[in-house]
Each structure stands twice: as C-alpha cells, then as structure tokens.
Ligand binder design. Structure first.
Ligand code: F6R
Ligand code: MG
Length: 370
C-alpha cells in the first residue's frame, strides 16, 4: 500500500511571546485536521514543541496534493483564530502575509513529505525543532546515515553496506531552489564541507543506495534576506524511516546527544546547543535553548500507533543537564563572537541600521596614523 506522510511545523501564535502555543490553539488545529479522518486523511497526530505546532497526516493523496494543503490551511486558520481570540503574541505568524491562501510551500509553514510502499513492519520517527535553522539537522543526520562510529548498521547490516544518498539544498541561493546529490561514503568529505555551513546548506532528503527507498525527508526551504528581514521558515520538521534497510531508531537518535551549537536561538540571531526534549515541551531560558523532540510511530495501512516519546528517558536527562551547562556557558559571552549569528543571517533591520549609520561616521586617515 502506497502511503504519504505529510509533516508540518507551523507557528500560529504563542503564550509568553514565543514560548508555547495555548491549549486552545492546539485543540483548534487538532479538531479541524481530525474532521477529515477516514475521508481525505487516513490518520493524523498533532502536538507542539516550543512555539510551533507539529502536524502529522497519513493519506493516499500523494505529495504536494492541493486538497491536503487546503485542509492543512483550514487547520492553520482555525488555530490562528483561536490565538487572536486569546490576544496571543504573533497571531498567525507563519500564515499571515504569506500570500495566496494554500501556498504552503516556500512561505510560512515548514513541510516534509514522503511517499512510499508501506513495509509490513513500517516504523518511523518525526523530529520537530524549535529556535533553530533547517541546517540544525545536518550533523546528527550526517552521523546517523554515514558514520560507522555512530551507526554500526553500516558495517553490520548487508542491506546498508552500499551506504546512503544525501540531497543537500542551498537555502540561501537566490530565486531558485538549488540542490546537490552526494553519495556516502565516496562523498563524505564533500558532504562535510557543505554541511558544516548550517546557515546555507541543509539536508533535504536521504535514500538508501541499496534499495533506492527514501529514508528521510526534511522541511528544507529557501530563505531570503530582504532588507534585513528573513523570509522562509526556521524550526524544521523531519521524518526518518528506521530499521532495515535504514539505520535503527537508536542509531538515528544517538548523535542528538552531542547537542551541537545551532543558529536560531533568541530572535533567530544567536547560537545555542540543540537540546533533545520530550514531546509537548515549551522553551523558556532566553526563549530557548533550541530544542528537538522525537516521536516514534508504527504504521499499518496508514494507521498510526500512539507515539513513543523517544527523548523521554533517564539517559536524556543526563544529556539535558550537560546541554543546560553548555547553554549557560555560551550565554556568558552575550553578544560577543560565536554566541551570535554572523551579520549576513541576522533577522533584524536594527543591526543593519546601526552599522549603516556608523559607517558614515568612519573617517579614512590620510596619512595613516602610526
Ligand atoms: C522561533 C522564534 C523566533 C521569533 C523571532 C521573532 O520560534 O520564536 O525566531 O520568530 O524571535 O520574534 P519577534 O517578532 O518577537 O521579534
Ligand atoms: Mg518556533
């Protein structure tokens, strides 16, 4: 049976600025999406991580289906209406000013979709990030799908021996979507050269080179910086199918224990470690730190099992303590150096204005001073 998984992250407004959507918003979205169960949709699941709502739908309508998008959009509208009623901050943040109704891709909400022949024991993970750029997934997914230090399946499973094919998008390329396909292991160094640059390059898709099946889809979209305002969506979502011929659940989640520094913390202008958290976790300290949740699902004929909350485990409590310390440590240096994003990716016109004004006050010293 060919099933499509559609996963979306959308910010429709939040309590406390950018901390957490209200119960009312989440219920409004959930109720609207559920209305089409057994009709357009087979199943759905709605949750939140930080200030974005995560929607997962299963259906047989294929990718980029206009009816699915319209239905999602109705859900967003209902959620935004609930936020408006409560006077919340950032009402309809990802859907207002987004242009044509229903134009989900490339504007506000982030979307990851995958269509595949359901395996008899299909199982997959949904990762949801808040306060981070799409490239925040680069390091953990690179390690999970290409590095035997983190993914022993690359040595142990004959179906994984050929490695994986990664599609990487240049999210800052102007006007067009531009992507490159690189094969692991041959292209490992090339992949590292691109993926180190999280603000510019982001993993969009991974396929098995053994079976040609798609393993992973991430909501990677082009960002543009127009007059100091970034258009496009941070706070990505990704779907990863797991177990043979793909890495196991544990192999995919283990590299998240690193908690790499990612861009997108506080006003989208700072860097902080990506902390793995349980489902339905808000953000708090300095509107963060950047967080990632992981829900594991089973699937039969498009019907979902209730999710397993993967990062809700004592091992991850230890990781969180370590990453809390890492967060506090980098925050000690405030605006300085690597604590903040480079000038080119700063969201705010304010900084652009300051530097423009100051530029006029610089004097060229002739003859040069000693
Ligand atoms: C992401 C997030 C931030 C805000 C950004 C803009 O989850 O909350 O990236 O979108 O800080 O915030 P305002 O509009 O309040 O300046
Ligand atoms: Mg957010």
């Amino acid at each position: 049976m060919k099933i499509t998984l559609t996963a979306v992250r959308v910010d429709l407004g939040a309590v406390g600025g950018h901390l957490q959507p209200s119960e009312k918003i989440v219920s409004a979205v959930r109720d609207t999406i559920k209305e089409k169960t057994d009709d357009l949709l087979i199943d759905s699941w709605i949750d939140f991580t930080g200030d974005d709502i995560t929607i997962l739908c299963t259906h047989e309508a294929g990718k980029e289906n206009p009816e699915i998008r319209k239905h999602l959009w109705n859900g967003f509208e209902e959620g935004a209406a609930a936020a408006e009623e409560q006077g919340l901050y950032g009402v309809g943040q990802d859907i207002r000013d987004a242009g044509v109704t229903g134009a989900v891709k490339g504007l506000g909400p982030a979307m990851a979709e995958m269509e595949f022949e359901e395996r008899p024991n299909e199982t997959f993970l949904v990762f949801a990030v808040d306060k981070a750029v799409p490239g925040a997934f680069n390091l953990p997914f690179y390690l999970a799908f290409t590095d035997p230090m983190h993914c022993p399946g690359l040595m142990l499973s004959p179906r994984m021996r050929k490695g994986f094919r990664l599609t990487v998008m240049d999210v800052l390329y102007k006007e067009y979507d531009r992507e490159i396909v690189l094969d692991a292991p041959e292209d490992l160094y090339n992949l590292a050269a691109l993926l180190r640059e999280q603000n510019r390059y982001a993993i969009r898709r991974i396929e098995s080179r053994g079976t040609d099946e798609q393993a992973l889809a991430a909501s990677t979209i082009r960002m543009s910086n127009i007059a100091g305002k970034i258009m496009g969506k941070d706070d990505p979502v990704a779907i990863a199918r797991v177990q043979d011929p793909f890495p196991s659940s544990g192999e995919v989640v283990a590299p998240f224990s690193i908690g790499p520094f990612v861009g997108g913390f506080m006003r989208g202008c700072h860097n902080g470690p990506l902390m793995p958290v349980p489902l339905s976790t808000k953000v708090s300290y300095f509107d963060g730190p950047p967080v990632v949740s992981c829900a594991a699902f089973g699937l039969r004929n498009g019907r979902l099992t209730p999710p397993i909350d993967v990062f809700d485990h004592p091992l991850w409590d230890h990781v969180r303590s370590r990453l809390a310390a890492k967060t506090l440590e980098i925050r000690r240096q405030g605006f300085f150096g690597n604590a903040m994003q480079p000038f080119e990716t700063i969201h705010y016109g304010g900084l652009v204005n300051i530097l423009r004004d100051l530029d006029e006050r610089f004097e060229i010293m002739r003859p040069p001073r000693d």
